[in-house]
Design a protein around this ligand. Structure first.
Ligand code: PRX
Length: 661
């Protein structure tokens, strides 16, 4: 890559090297524009061509896009296929059959390699074990697993028999698990006795037991327990069985069940602007098409690549770029059970060197924390490792600040590897906007341009296009195959949240703000415009945390939660709390804050713990009783309040709220 640098961050542009362009699948901007033009010219024909070329259909589709019940769009809906067959069976008899599918590195450094052929057998056998418990097409199965190959096998096995999975990240609480089991109506839970992270053994099955015991989970007939460690866990006879018990005597052959293109492959819960998480429902064909194709386009995947996405399978990134995309594309991928800082903060660099990783995809939060570690300890600096195998770097989940981008580019990528800053969401299924390694000139902090076929725009509140350089609301103007189909059990909320009638009902509202650069029309994401926070790349609803706080009915009278910028985690959760008793001060306040933080961890999960908790006798409200959140955001940032406070009913409490612990 050649560099044209100037003092102005926005002016730094990094153009792809000639070699990168020459060998790329989408080679140069002309090739990118040609694909965009193909989509513009005949949108449906464009997607139909891609769906025919990239998926194996047991019954070919005739219809392409059905808009008759918009915004409940349907794609390829008279076609049939199986997602697991598209990830595994399709490679049999090709050179991929005996290729390594997954290089798994455990928390303690133990490495296991599994070929596509072996993975197919293990998925087939587990699918048979599910069938043996009466689980079949259309059932929902909840997966609460560590970041191990068995998690992917569980997901693929569900897909193989047409059961819809719902993976819940291993950091969520029993309560969160119970809510998701009930909402999804899960008939089974797949879990492990424990998970290993950073040398620690952490319970999973005990949390499942606790969640199921909270009631309302009668739909659950079976619990499958992977014995990750030697430690024993409680087993309920008749309901619970270990993997070895479930797999005993099961054949490794299991014919994939063909499902309709629109059959729900999975439901993944994510946070929105109300207190209740939403079950984002994805289709089979449209979703898989994009997971496979973005592997080829965004990562310019080659047969010899060693791909590594560090995301957990509990998040959408782990669905699309661990469990489905790499397999559908026939890649060799690295899967890592542990954490980036164990046994030390050089773990990622050591693993890249050890496994000769060529494409590395991680989150800005991880990069920022590793920068900090490397600054404090030269031994874990990437320059101590041989990272020459790398050819492409990726970033996902939150905006990457230009300083972190430059560090990643220089110290990890050796100024040789393009960084694909991929903007997308749980709802979009796969990448929406990203540079292409062999085409797009890079600008730090910008996700650059939409992928071909993705009609992104920046509009005002009435849905009118805004000029470049003017900040506004990010929208997608046409339906695309991998988009969310509905919110499970709540179609009304789906319509309201994503296709608001006030904006014409046809624009997909991402929930983010964006601005396009005046010169190139590049997109820069300016952050969420709703009540959603992004803490370390984890999505959290402010209302969700507020509900958790006020559910402590003995202590809490009222709570308001806002985000504030944080150097390491991007955003941090800041809670303002009015207690039922007297406002605590000093040590009493610190103790109370700890109690409430632990309470939130129990209600939602440790990732939702507020970083700051501030106590006051009241919250700043207008005379009509509305909490003034903008004001709270300023206070959380430690800024002087410049907003008009004339409508504030109780100005005296501002001072109290300013006191942090
Ligand atoms: O605000 C955007 C931010 O993450 C949100 C989506 O979160 P989630 O559904 O959990 O999916 C994360 C993994 C795709 C978006 O609405 N976001 C994601 N990627 C980027 C980003 N913000 C800026 N730049 C990105 N590359």
């Amino acid at each position: 890559m050649s560099t044209i640098e100037s003092v102005l961050v926005e002016n730094r542009v990094f153009v792809p090297s000639e070699a990168m362009v020459r060998n790329a699948r989408i080679s140069g901007m002309d090739a990118y524009h040609a694909l965009c033009a193909e989509a513009e010219k005949d949108y449906e024909a464009f997607w139909a061509r891609l769906a025919r070329e990239n998926l194996v259909w047991t019954k070919p589709f005739g219809r392409i896009l059905d808009e008759s019940n918009a915004p409940f769009y349907r794609w390829f809906d008279d076609g049939e296929l199986n997602a697991s067959a598209n990830c595994l069976d399709k490679h049999m008899g090709t050179p991929v059959e005996h290729k390594t599918a997954v290089v798994f590195e455990a928390d303690d450094g133990t490495v296991t390699k599994t070929s596509y052929r072996e993975l197919l057998s293990r998925v087939g056998q587990f699918a048979n074990a599910l069938k043996a418990q009466g689980i079949c097409k259309g059932d929902r199965v909840l997966i609460y697993m560590p970041m191990t190959l068995e998690g992917v096998i569980a997901m693929q096995a569900c897909a193989r028999i047409g059961a819809t999975h719902s993976v819940v990240f291993g950091g969520f609480s029993a309560k969160a698990l119970q809510e998701r089991i009930i909402d999804a109506g899960a008939v089974a839970v797949i879990t492990a006795n424990y998970q290993m992270r950073g040398g620690k053994e952490l319970p999973l099955k005990a949390i499942v037991d606790e969640g199921l015991a909270m009631g309302g989970c009668d739909s659950v007939r079976a619990v499958f327990v992977y014995q990750r460690t030697q430690s024993a866990c409680n087993m309920v006879s008749g309901r619970d069985r270990t993997f070895s018990e479930a797999l005993a005597g099961q054949s490794v052959e299991c014919a994939p069940v063909a499902v309709g293109a629109e059959h729900p492959l999975f439901i993944l819960y994510t946070s929105g602007s109300t207190g209740k998480p939403k079950g984002v429902q994805h289709s089979t064909a449209g979703y898989l098409l994009w997971a496979k194709l973005t592997m080829d386009w965004t990562f310019d995947l080659k047969p010899e690549d060693i791909f590594w996405c560090t995301a957990d399978i509990g998040w959408i990134t782990g669905h699309s770029y661990v469990a489905y995309g790499p397999l559908a594309a026939g890649a060799t991928q690295i899967m890592f059970e542990g954490v980036p800082t164990f046994p030390n903060a050089g773990r990622f660099w050591q693993m890249i060197e050890r496994h000769q990783c060529t494409i590395f995809y991680t989150a800005p939060t991880a990069i920022r924390s590793l920068i900090k570690a490397a600054e404090g300890d030269a031994k874990v600096h990437p320059d101590r490792y041989n990272l020459k195998s790398l050819r492409i770097l990726g970033s996902v989940g939150e905006p990457i600040n230009p300083e972190a981008w430059m560090w990643y580019y220089r110290n990890v990528g050796g100024e040789r590897c393009p960084i694909v800053d991929t903007f997308w969401q749980t709802e979009t299924g796969g990448h929406m906007m990203t540079p292409l390694p062999g085409a797009t000139p890079l600008v730090p902090g910008s996700c650059t341009l939409p992928l071909p076929g993705i009609m992104a725009g920046v509009v005002d509140e009435a849905g009118h296009d805004l000029a470049n350089g003017v900040g506004g609301i990010l929208v997608i103007k046409r339906p695309w195959p991998s988009m969310i189909r509905t919110i499970w059990n709540d179609p009304q909320r789906f319509k309201q949240s994503y296709f608001p009638p006030e904006m014409g009902g046809k624009l997909y509202l991402a929930g983010d703000g964006a601005v396009r650069s005046a010169d190139r029309g590049y997109f820069r994401i300016t952050g969420r415009i709703d009540d959603v926070l992004n803490v370390s790349g984890h999505r959290l609803g402010t209302m969700e945390i507020e509900s958790a706080l006020v559910s402590h009915t003995k202590l809490v009278a009222e709570a308001a939660v806002v985000g504030r910028p944080d150097e390491l985690t991007g955003e941090a959760v800041c809670a303002f709390v009015v207690l039922k008793g007297a406002r605590p001060e000093g040590d009493a306040a610190r103790a109370m804050a700890k109690e409430l933080r632990d309470w939130v961890a129990k209600e939602i999960g440790p990732i939702a713990k507020p970083k700051d908790i501030r106590f006051a006798e009241n919250l700043p409200k207008t005379r009509s009783g509305k909490i003034m959140r903008r004001l709270l955001r300023s206070i959380a940032k430690g800024e002087a309040v410049t907003q008009d406070t004339s409508t504030l009913e109780n100005p005296a409490i501002l001072e109290q709220l300013g006191q942090a612990y």
